[in-house]
Design a protein around this ligand. Sequence first.
Ligand code: HEM
Length: 488
Amino acid sequence: MLSWQLWCTSLFVLWICFLWTRRKLYSLMLKIPGPIGYPLIGIVHKIRHKEDVLPVLKHYLDKYGSFVLSWLGPMPFLIVADPLLTQDVLNSPHCVNKGSFYKVVEEAAGLGLFSMKEPHWSAYRKLFNPAFSHKMILSFIPIFNSEAAFLLKTVDKSVDCGGQNLKSLMEGFSLSIASQTIMGGDVKYFEHIRSNNLIKAFHGIVKSITDMGLSPWLISETMRKLLGKEEQFSKAKSQISGFLVKFIDSKLTKGSKAPEDDILINLGIDMMNRGMLTKEDLQSQLGIILFAAFETSANTVVYTLMLLAMFPEYQEKAFQELLSLFPNPGDFDVTYADTQNMGYMDLILNESMRLLAPVPIVARQTMQDVRLSNGIVIPKGVQIGIDIFHLHRDKKIWGENAEAFNPENFLPHNMQDKHPYSFIPFTKGIRNCIGWRYALVSIKLTLAKLLRNYKFSTNFKFEDLDFIENLTLGLKTVPLLEIQRRDC
Ligand code: HEM
C-alpha cells in the first residue's frame, strides 16, 4: 500500500506532468512567481470564507510582488496589483471578458452588462451608453436633490440619538435614486422601493453569489436543494424579478416614453421592440445595473462619513468648503456646477475610494494570447484578478503611510508622478464602470447636503476595521456614527 507521502508525491508529479502538457502555462509558471498550491485544488483551500480573500491576496502580494501566478482548482489565476500591467490588461481587446467566476453571477442574477461576453457585451454597452451621458446626468440632478432632501429629514430624526448604523438608510436612498434614474420617476410609487424587501433580496442574491464562488457545487440547483440553500436563493430571485416584471409591464402598458427618452429602461424597451432583447433579458439587465449602482454608491457615502468621523480635522475642512458654497443650513439645491466646485470634497472622496476601494477586485479572462509590457505572454483562457484594494494601498506607489487616511495624497503635486492606473476605483480602459460620472455627481451632492448640515463622530478606530470581499467591499463591523446638527 502507498504511504500518504508517496501518494502526495505521485499526485504532485502528475500535476506537473499535466501542466507540462500545457506548455504555455508551464512556461508561464517559470516566469511568474507565485504559490502553486496543491494538485488539482491550487490555493482554493486557503479561501474558504469571504473574509479570507483580501488577507490571502495580501499575503501573496507581499511575498511574491505585485504580479503573482496561482491556481484556483485546475484554473491558472493571475493576481495583478501593478499599475502598468493593470493598464495593459484593462486596455487589451483580448481581455474584455470577465473570468469564469462571473458564470456564478450569471447563474444567480441572470445575464447582464456586468457579466456579458464579447461580441454581445460591446454591442449592448454601446446601446446603453446614452443612458449615462452628461446630458442624462444633468437631467437626474433634480431627482438626486429631492431624494436627498427626503434623506435629510430622516437623518434629522437620528440627531443626538447615540450611535447610528447608516448603511441601510443609505442603501434605501441609493436604490431609490438608482431606480428612478434607470427606470423612470414613477417607480417610486412601487412599494418595493420604499420597503426594505428589495434590498434584502439583493443581499440574498449577493450572499448566494459569494457562496457559489467559494463552493462552486452550489451552482447546481440539486446541490443547493440538498444543502438547504435553495429556498433563500429562489425567494430572493423571485422577489427581484417579480418587482421588475411588474414594473416593465406597467411601462409597456403606458406606452409613452417622453419625457425621459434615453433612460435605460426605455432603451431596453426599444431593444425589445426590435427583437434584440426578451423581457427576461431586460429584467436581468435592469436588476444587475440597479445592484451595480446602489450598493457601491451607498457604501461609498457611508464609508466616507465614517472616515471623516474618525478623522474630524478633515471633516472640518470639508465643512468650511461647504459653508462657503452653501451659507445657509437646511435643504438647498446642489447644481452640477456646485459639484464641480468642491475641490476639497474631491480630495476626500478620492482618498476614501483609495483606502476603501468600493469594488476591491475585478476579473478578466484572456480571450487570446496577450503580451504584457514586461514581455510576458499570457496564454488564452487565463483568469486575471486586478486587485484594486491592494494596488491602492501599495507603499511603492503611495509611500510609507499608504494605509493611512490623508486626502492630501490627491493634491496635484502629490499625484503628478503617479502612474494614471495607480488609482482606479471605477477601473479604466475598455470596460470601466459605465456609471462613474453619475456616481461622482450623486455621491458629492449627497455628501454636501449631509456634511453641511450635520457633524458625524465615532469612537471606532480606523485600525479596527476588518474588510470583506463581497463583490463590493464589506466591513465585518460597520462603525456606529453619532450625529449632531450644525446650526449655523
Ligand atoms: C462609487 C460608486 C461606484 C463604483 C466605485 C463603481 C465601480 C465599478 C467597477 C470597479 C466596475 C467594474 C469595472 C471593470 O470590470 O473593469 C463597475 C462596473 C459597472 N458599474 Fe459601477 N461603480 C459605481 C457606481 C455605479 C453606478 C452609479 C452605476 C449605474 C448608475 C454603475 C453601473 C455599473 C455597470 C452597469 C457596470 C458594468 C459595466 C460593464 O461591464 O460594461 N456603477 N463599477
